[in-house]
Design a protein around this ligand. Structure first.
Ligand code: 5GP
Length: 182
């Protein structure tokens, strides 16, 4: 029996889930954030062991073979996985948050029934599209793919335990904390 709750937070790109997670962690420093492994290259400012564990595809495959992931999946040609031992160790000490996409989240729920799935949704689709455009870093083709992916992610909402609409940041953060404290 582990001590803590495993909270899995998903939501489409641009919905603001990263900000929510950072605010929840600031309010609940006893809560751990799981660091995933990925084969993608670090973006500017990302640090190994903090943003992700950046590993080679060869190492990732070895970890799959050894059952080292609670779940893993491929996105935009890169592999992402939740390291099993990292999560189990942290769960023995307290609550753990995973910030992963829907396929991974549903696989976590299969492997670990007690996991609580939380979907962060935009107030409406148009707001999300504007947010994706607002970043101004991606071209139209990338935005179109992100919108399609967002529609797919939101279509999995019925499988989630909670849906939080990110209309007001403080309220959304408060709702996540309430779920942790239930
Ligand atoms: P990015 O490359 O932008 O950091 O992440 C791309 C996608 O991978 C995001 O949807 C993110 O939530 C997802 N992701 C990050 N870590 C994991 C993980 O451990 N497992 C799965 N399945 N997806 C992940």
């Amino acid at each position: 029996m582990s001590k803590g709750k495993l909270l899995v937070i998903s939501g489409p790109s641009g919905v603001g889930k990263g900000t929510i997670v950072q605010r929840v962690l600031a309010a609940r420093p006893d809560c751990a954030l799981s660091v995933s492994c990925t084969t993608r290259a670090p973006r500017e400012g990302e640090k190994d062991g903090i943003s992700y564990f950046f590993i080679t595809r060869e190492k990732f495959t070895q970890m799959i073979e050894r059952g080292g992931f609670l779940e893993y999946s491929e996105h935009f040609s890169n592999l992402y996985g939740t390291p099993r031992f990292f999560v189990e160790e942290k769960l023995n000490k307290g609550d753990v948050i995973l910030e992963i996409e829907v396929d991974g989240a549903l696989n976590v729920k299969k492997a670990y029934k007690e996991a609580i799935l939380v979907m962060i949704a935009p107030p409406d689709r148009q707001t999300l599209i504007s947010r994706l455009r607002g970043r101004g870093t991606e071209d139209e083709d990338v935005i179109k793919k992100r919108v399609e992916r967002a529609d797919y992610e939101l279509s999995k909402t019925p499988y989630y335990d909670y849906v939080i609409i990110n209309d007001d940041l403080d309220e959304a953060v408060g709702e996540v904390i309430k779920i942790l404290e239930k």
